[in-house]
Design a protein around this ligand. Structure first.
Ligand code: GDP
Length: 182
């Protein structure tokens, strides 16, 4: 079984864009509007230790029992439950919100390994100290738009998966996304 790596974070934080960068194509829907990535999207990332990336967004429509935003949280919780490794993203350009704290709580409760990331660090000079307030240290700043920080994230994912005893596999030579990530 391949390891499952789930990306969680508030709507519009840049989950889909990061997912697409890793997968090398536009699989998830990227939108200007919070909450428009509807379903969980899965994709296999070819790397030394290959893994399945899960982009948690939300569900297709509002249900009777909750608003779309609430259902997105439910989806994220499901991803946390199923994941081997969690990628938790906060938006470097916005203040922390109650939802960031809720996600922090869910991650803590899960006792699962996680990486703490801050998105939209397009200049690379962003001050990320305020995010230590969540108690997860300083996040890895990255820009899914420009690509900075993605190598560091990939290395950190591989290290965590190695710690979890997932084994390296031979990388298919034809894989475009492999080349992009190495
Ligand atoms: P999601 O809802 O968390 O999946 O967020 P999306 O990936 O859909 O991104 C939300 C918005 O943020 C879109 O307009 C993206 O183009 C933008 N975005 C995502 N990553 C970056 C980034 O690294 N830099 C900048 N400037 N914008 C980004």
């Amino acid at each position: 079984m391949l390891p499952l790596v789930a990306i969680i974070g508030r709507p519009n934080v840049g989950k889909s864009k990061l997912f697409n960068r890793f997968l090398g194509y536009r699989k998830a829907i990227v939108s200007e509007f919070a909450g428009t990535t509807r379903d969980c999207v899965y994709g296999k990332v070819e790397a030394e230790i290959p893994f399945i990336f899960v982009d948690t967004g939300g569900i297709e429509a509002q249900t009777e029992t909750g608003t779309l935003e609430e259902n997105i949280q439910l989806q994220a919780q499901t991803a946390v439950d199923e994941a081997d490794l969690i990628l938790f993203i906060v938006n470097s350009r916005e203040e922390l919100t109650i939802d960031d704290y809720k996600a922090t709580e869910a991650i803590r409760k899960s006792k699962k390994p996680f990486l703490f990331l801050a998105s939209k660090c397009d200049s690379g000079a962003e001050d990320l100290l305020s995010f230590t307030e969540l108690g997860f240290g300083i996040p890895i700043g990255h820009s899914a738009l420009h690509g900075n920080g993605l190598d560091e994230i990939q290395k950190a994912i591989q290290k965590e998966l190695e710690n979890l005893k997932f084994k390296p596999q031979e990388i298919p030579k034809t894989s475009a996304e492999t080349i992009a990530l190495r």
